[in-house]
Design a binder for this molecule. Sequence first.
Ligand SMILES: Nc1ncnc2c1ncn2[C@@H]1O[C@H](COP(=O)(O)OP(=O)(O)OP(=O)(O)O)[C@@H](O)[C@H]1O
Ligand SMILES: [Mg+2]
Length: 303
Amino acid sequence: MDTYSHLANSARSIVDLTNSERISYIYRDHLIKFDQFNYVTSELDRLFHYPRQIRMPCMLLMGPTGVGKTKAVSAFMRRYRPDAQSQIGGFINPHPVVIMQMPAEPTQQEFLLKMLRAVNAPVTSAMKVSDLERMLVSILRDVGTRIIIIDEFHNLNSSTARQRQIVINTIKNLTNDTSIPIVAVGTSAAQLTIKYDDQMSHRFRPVEMQPFKPGKSLDEFLRTVVAHLPLRQRSNIDTREFKKRLLDLTGGITVNLLRLLSDSAALAIQTGAESLTLDSLSLVPAPLLSIPRQRKEPPFTSA
Ligand SMILES: Nc1ncnc2c1ncn2[C@@H]1O[C@H](COP(=O)(O)OP(=O)(O)OP(=O)(O)O)[C@@H](O)[C@H]1O
Ligand SMILES: [Mg+2]
C-alpha cells in the first residue's frame, strides 16, 4: 500500500478523500513558513522583547505587493494573542501587539482614531485630537502594548505634505512617550515616507521581503508547499526547468507562486494526473492564475 511518503501529515490524512474535498482543502488558508517569513517574525520578536528605553528602535518592513508582509505580521500577532482567560472586560483587554492600517488619506485625527479603535477604545470622531493623543498613550500602557504595527504605511504619501508631517510627528511622539517600538509596513513607496524625515530614517531599520529567486530558499518553499498539496503521486519539482517555468510565470511573488501551485494541483486532481509536472503549470488557464497587476503607488504629493 502506498504510504504517501511525499506528503506532510496533514495532507496525508485527507489524500484519500473525494476530489472536491481535496480541492477545497487546497484552497484553505494555510500558513507557509519560509526563510524570509521566519526572518521577519524573528525580527518582530526581537523588537517585542527589546528592553524599554527612551529611543526605541523601529522597523520598516517593505517589499512588493503579494510577497507576504501582511501575512507575516498577522501570524506574528496571533503568536501573542491573549488567551480568553486574560480578558478582563470593557475595552481594557490586553493588546500586546497592535496592528492597524494607515487610513487611505490620513489626517492626524483619522490616524489616532484608527489606532484607538484597534485597541477597542470607545472613541467618536467628535473627539478632539489632543484628547485622543492623551487617551492613546494611557490606553497603550493599560493594555500592555509592546509593539505597534502600521500596515499600508505608504498611504501616508497620499496626504498633503503638511498632514503627512503632522502624522509623522505624532508617530515619533508616540514611540518616545510610550517606549513602544513601531513597525511600518508597506511597498517601496513607504521608504519614501520615512526618508522624508531625517529622524525617522535613522530610527526605522529597513527589512526587505523580496520575490523568490533560484536557490535554497525557493527549493525549501516549494518542498513545503508541495508536501501540503494532497496529490496521490509524487511531483517531480526538483528540476531546473520546473523552477524556471514557475518563476517565469509568477515573477517569484509569493501569492502568485501559491496560486499557481494550488491551481495546478486542483487541475491535477480534476484530470486524474495526480501530480504536478512542467506541462501542468502551463495548463492553468490565465483567469484561474489571476496574477494581480502591480499596484499603482499613490503619488507622493509635495504640497
Ligand atoms: N506565509 C504565507 N503562507 C500562506 N500564504 C501566504 C503567505 N504569504 C503570503 N501568502 C498569500 O499571499 C497573499 C498576499 O500576501 P500578503 O497580503 O501578506 O502580501 P503583502 O506583501 O502584504 O502585499 P500588499 O503590499 O499588497 O499588502 C495572502 O493573502 C496569502 O494568500
Ligand atoms: Mg499587505
